[in-house]
Design a protein around this ligand. Structure first.
Ligand code: NAD
Length: 491
């Protein structure tokens, strides 16, 4: 049986407790391996290693850091198929999507490697003679990363690459459903020649590993992606020690379909956004806001296509929808079927846990569509994080936009329309961090800012140039070469 360890100060080590936990394939129930079950002592070891490494890494020339990231990007590309297969076994998403997840990691390596030769600051005139003004980025120190299970490679790389290229050192705590993907990423860092202590991996549960990390006095920043409830706890805890916190949290993303939309395109976009990764994407479409003029036809077409989707092991190329990540997640998602029925929504297709034949050993839920949902219902307000979508009818674009904005979250939204005016109204008035026109709610590219408004986060963005802001502090530098005291705003 494969055994996976922590990586601390350049060495693979068991948890101090000597204890382990297991992870099983959610499609088959087969044991994948055993993993170090860490506690506060392991976190402290990792933080101390990262703290010691920071002294050198911050001075390691950024273009040289970039060379390591380039090597890592190449290694990820060489190993893409294996990493994707292992990811599918570990958390269930179908193989093509797992490949896309690894590809995001590759893209982020190459993009951030280039930042080794950019990381531009500003030079600007001074209000005084013989004086030089400029600004430059500085790393924060030890950064703690707490990540979810739904993008095992993409989300950690979105955090780790900008952190490293700007000179920070890292303690990485992945979700305990996907520890093997995290181990594989760190193995490739080792092969790429990252100096010891610069990245440290601590496996284990949110409590105690995540909780210890977010309280640790030597951690300067917690970069967290996960649920809004846990994100709130992280934020409160970090405030006590004035840590920086970057939060990427839940979503309740909507697709608006206007009566002038290309319905073939809308159907494709909705199915991909709602049922890809079995609905377990933070950007998954979980609401369809349908103009009454096309509601019946749209729902009919969506239902026919959803009913024909094949559930199964994501490794099987004929599978459309894989299992959910765990039994607990399956129960949670399924409980919303009862909630929707109880609220009076019309169940059009799906609604059941799938157990027939080979599905018996996995955590499968049928793709599900509710129709005639009122936007105040719980199924239209709460993040379900599974293959369940609610169709909410509206009469006008104004109403559609109000419904789209009428949730606590603000991650992604989309509009299908052939009318330019509708598209620009949506771009102006929808208040999400990401907006698509004539595409579903998923499909972010790594060189643009990623994140959301309201309860989806705390105002930061990952990826793109914006991602650098999370992992750096600006320093403004004034060099006076006049040889005398010059007083700004006075002389
Ligand atoms: P989660 O909040 O349960 O866990 C996220 C991480 O936090 C895991 O590593 C977990 O072990 C750790 N954790 C749990 N309790 C903790 C605690 N008390 N203190 C510190 N750490 C703790 O989320 P999840 O189930 O892994 O992921 C699903 C959620 O993530 C969904 O809400 C989804 O929308 C969100 N998500 C958001 C984005 C985004 O970019 N906005 C991306 C992916 C997922």
């Amino acid at each position: 049986m494969a055994q996976f360890k922590n990586y601390i100060n350049g060495k693979w080590v068991e948890a101090r407790s000597g204890e382990e936990f297991e992870r099983k394939n959610p499609a088959t129930g087969k044991l994948i391996g055993t993993y170090a079950k860490s506690d506060a002592r392991d976190v402290d070891d990792a933080v101390q290693a990262a703290k010691a490494a920071f002294a050198k890494w911050r001075l390691y020339p950024a273009p040289k850091r970039g060379e390591i990231l380039y090597r890592l990007g190449s290694l990820l590309a060489e190993n893409k198929d294996r990493l994707a297969r292992e990811m599918t076994e570990e958390m269930g998403k179908v193989l093509t999507e797992a490949g896309g997840d690894v590809q995001e990691g590759i893209d982020m390596c190459f993009y951030m490697a280039g930042e080794g030769r950019r990381q531009w600051g500003q030079t600007t005139p001074s209000e005084l003679p013989n004086k030089w003004n400029m600004s430059t980025r500085k790393p924060l120190g030890v950064v703690g990363m707490i990540t979810p299970w739904n993008f095992p490679m993409a989300i950690p790389t979105w955090k780790i690459m900008p952190a490293l290229i700007t000179g920070n050192t890292v303690v990485f705590k992945p979700a305990s459903f996907v520890p093997r993907s995290a181990v594989r990423l760190v193995e490739l860092f080792e092969e790429a020649g990252l100096p010891e202590g610069v990245i440290n991996l601590v496996l284990g549960g949110g409590d105690p590993v995540g909780t210890t990390l977010m309280k640790h006095p030597d951690v300067a920043l917690i970069s967290f992606t996960g649920s809004t409830d846990v994100g709130r706890e992280v934020s409160i805890e970090a405030a006590k020690s004035m840590k920086h916190v970057s939060l990427e949290l839940g979503g309740k993303n909507a697709v608006i379909v206007m009566d002038d939309a290309d319905l073939d395109l809308a159907v494709d976009g909705i199915l991909w956004s709602a049922f890809g990764t079995s609905g377990q994407r933070c950007t998954a479409a979980s609401r369809v806001i349908a103009h009454r003029g096309i509601q019946s036809e749209l729902v009919e077409r969506l239902a026919a296509r959803a009913a024909a989707m094949r559930l199964g092991d994501g490794l099987d190329s004929s599978t459309d929808v894989g299992p959910l990540v765990s039994g607990g997640q399956l129960e949670r998602v399924h409980s919303y079927i009862g909630v929707g029925k109880g609220e009076g929504a019309d169940l059009v297709v799906g609604g059941a846990i799938a157990r027939e034949g080979a599905l018996e050993k996995g955590f499968y839920h049928q793709p599900t569509i509710f129709n005639n949902v009122k936007h105040t219902m719980r199924i239209a307000q709460e993040e379900i994080f599974g293959p369940v979508v609610s169709v909410i009818p509206v009469d006008t674009l104004d109403e559609a936009i109000a419904v789209s904005n009428g949730v606590q979250y603000g991650l992604s939204a989309s509009i299908f329309t052939a009318n330019l005016n509708n598209a620009f109204r949506a771009m102006q008035d929808i208040y999400t961090g990401i907006l698509y026109v004539n595409a579903g709610t998923t499909g972010a590219e790594i060189h643009l800012p990623f994140g959301g408004t309201k309860a989806t986060g705390n105002g930061h963005r990952e990826a793109g140039q914006a991602g650098l802001d999370v992992f750096t502090e600006w320093q403004s530098i004034y060099v006076d070469y006049s040889g005398k005291l010059q007083r700004a705003q006075i002389d």
